[in-house]
Write a protein of this length. Structure first.
Length: 263
């Protein structure tokens, strides 16, 4: 085996045949450079030609499949494609929102949160879904008991993306929560709660985009276009919200291949 190794893998450095001590033991730490090199030779000769990794399937993380699409957005339903002027106005409004957020971020970050606002940790995917969407949407319950005496229960209806909340989120958290909600949206329907948070998170994304964020917003725009086509009742308010997200991704974040053609 050693001869075969020498033939297929020529030595990069000359290693001579040294007179090692009679008590040389390759199992103990080497005492000289010669013993070290000899030990390396012995270990290399013992390595198998093929190594097969033993993988425990139970330890694999769920959702290993990643679907990557390089196609653009699906066209808007006939009669619902936004005009170029409308898209330009939305980009201008969005830009103003981002500038205001950046300007006053420190102010809003210093504001005290209500005692019932407990922001989940960045890695808590289920916690963020419940925090943003509320138990009604998260649990897909059509309605929750209405008790006017106790006011709004944000744990049930979801916390709105208040400036005092989103201003406390760093870029890693913004990207993570965006990923969680886009993942949710990939299997669920579009809701006003989801739309408000998507808009707020996009407003918090810093440019230039990191590769992960770049991929996420393209995925979001494509999903919006799919839902828009499948909208049975052609709810104008919902289609307008989907148009808005596609517009911001394509025209503000410069993903022009995903843009709607002006009507």
């Amino acid at each position: 085996m050693e001869a075969g190794v020498e033939e297929l893998m020529p030595r990069l450095l000359p290693v001579g045949d040294w007179d090692l001590a009679e008590d040389f033991d390759p199992t103990v730490p080497p005492r000289t450079p010669q013993e070290y090199l000899k030990r390396v030779q012995i270990e290399a000769a013992r390595c198998p030609d093929v190594v097969v990794a033993k993988i425990d399937p139970r330890k694999l993380k769920k959702k290993q499949t990643v679907n990557i699409s390089i196609s653009g957005c699906q066209p808007a339903p006939e009669g619902y494609s936004p005009t170029l002027r409308w898209q330009q106005q939305q980009v201008a409004n969005f830009s103003a929102v981002r500038q205001s957020l950046n300007k006053h971020r420190n102010h809003w970050r210093s504001q005290h949160l209500d005692s019932n606002v407990i922001m989940p940790k960045s890695e808590d995917e289920e916690g963020w879904k419940k925090f943003c969407l509320g138990e009604r949407v998260y649990s897909e319950v059509d309605a929750l008991p209405n008790n006017e005496n106790i006011g709004i229960d944000y744990m049930k209806v979801g916390f709105p993306p208040l400036l005092s909340i989103v201003s406390r989120m760093n870029q890693a958290t913004v990207t993570s929560v965006l990923e969680y909600l886009i993942s949710w949206f990939g299997e669920k329907k579009f809701t006003p709660e989801l739309g408000r948070w998507l808009y707020a998170l996009l407003a918090c994304l810093e440019k230039p985009l990191l590769p992960e964020a770049h991929s996420l917003i393209r995925q979001l725009a494509r999903r919006c276009s799919e839902v828009r086509v499948l909208e049975e009742n052609k709810n104008e308010e919902q289609i307008s919200a989907l148009n808005l997200i596609i517009c911001l991704v394509s025209r503000y974040f410069d993903q022009r291949d995903l843009a709607d053609e002006p009507s």
